[in-house]
Design a protein around this ligand. Structure first.
Ligand SMILES: [Zn+2]
Ligand SMILES: [Zn+2]
Length: 279
């Protein structure tokens, strides 16, 4: 196959990994099947946004010249593909989401824009509570956010930021990447998918640095994904250890590691930020 030799883009890599893990782990098969449908939409949408931004960046209004693109109000034309996205959810989503998507699709463009704008303006405060609307807005706008983030020349001051340096949302997961004999930890944004370095023994929820209060838990099923919990603020985050599985796609492997969420929640920990599938 000639496609084999072509470099896959980041969405294609996630889709391929989701198909692989879905075939391997029955407990994650359903969620990953749905994720694949969403990611296919996101890949197309991302390409389309990229072409549109390219055209507009030749003018003075380009995102690349904007130091704070996430502070700009959302433009109404961003709703263009929202109906298509809702149809994807109607076809492939779990029952409660299907019904909500169907209802929303018939709600009209004004309602669609309102919903997306509330999420866009919400930042860390989480203007939408977890649930279908948060899912719709987050999943739909994610390629848009990723696209303007990757084009922006926003300065990043470094340090150990608790929120995404670009869009100011909470991290959705952690990643350990090989560095010398150990691993360098970074956090991945739950919205625009930016990745930034973060000190290894620090709770991203409250800043706790006491090793004894930061328990780590791994499960038999996916040994390269771990729960990093905090006994001070009782939050947890999952971290994908690339030093143990170089083939992992962090976002997808985090989604697949459902048993870890069940374990953490049973212990009374609350996830710092639920993932795209609301887990
Ligand atoms: Zn972000
Ligand atoms: Zn904490």
């Amino acid at each position: 196959m000639s496609n084999r030799s072509m470099a896959q883009n980041e969405w294609q890599r996630r889709i391929a990994r989701a198909e692989e893990l879905g075939a391997q782990y029955t407990f994650a098969a359903e969620i990953l099947r749905f994720y694949v449908a969403i990611a296919r939409f996101q890949e197309n949408f991302y390409g389309e946004i990229g072409r549109a931004l390219e055209r507009s960046s030749t003018g003075t209004d380009g995102v690349a010249s904007d130091a704070e693109p996430f502070a700009r109000p959302l433009q109404p034309d961003v709703t263009g593909q929202f109906g298509t996205f809702l149809s994807v959810v109607e076809q492939s989503g779990p029952d409660p989401l299907r019904e909500a998507a169907h209802e929303l699709r018939h709600g009209g463009e004004d309602l669609h824009f309102q919903l997306l704008a509330v999420f866009w303006n919400g930042s860390d405060a989480g203007a939408l509570p977890p649930g279908p609307n948060d899912f719709f807005a987050r999943a739909y706008l994610q390629p848009y956010a990723a696209s303007i983030r990757s084009r922006s020349d926003m300065p990043w001051s470094g340090g150990t930021p608790y929120l995404c340096p670009f869009c100011k949302r909470k991290p959705g997961l952690g990643v350990l990447r090989p560095l010398g004999d150990g691993g360098q930890r970074s956090l991945l944004c739950s919205f625009c998918l930016a990745e930034w370095e973060f000190r290894r023994i620090v709770c991203p929820g409250c800043g706790e640095e006491n090793h004894a209060k930061l328990p780590v838990y791994t499960a038999e099923e996916l040994k390269h994904v771990r729960v990093e919990a905090c006994d001070s603020c009782r939050s947890y985050i999952k971290t994908v250890d690339m030093t143990k599985s170089g083939r992992a796609e962090p976002i997808v492997d985090e989604l697949a590691a459902i048993p870890l969420d069940l374990w953490a929640q049973k212990q009374g920990y609350t996830k710092l930020q639920s993932n795209l599938m609301q887990l």
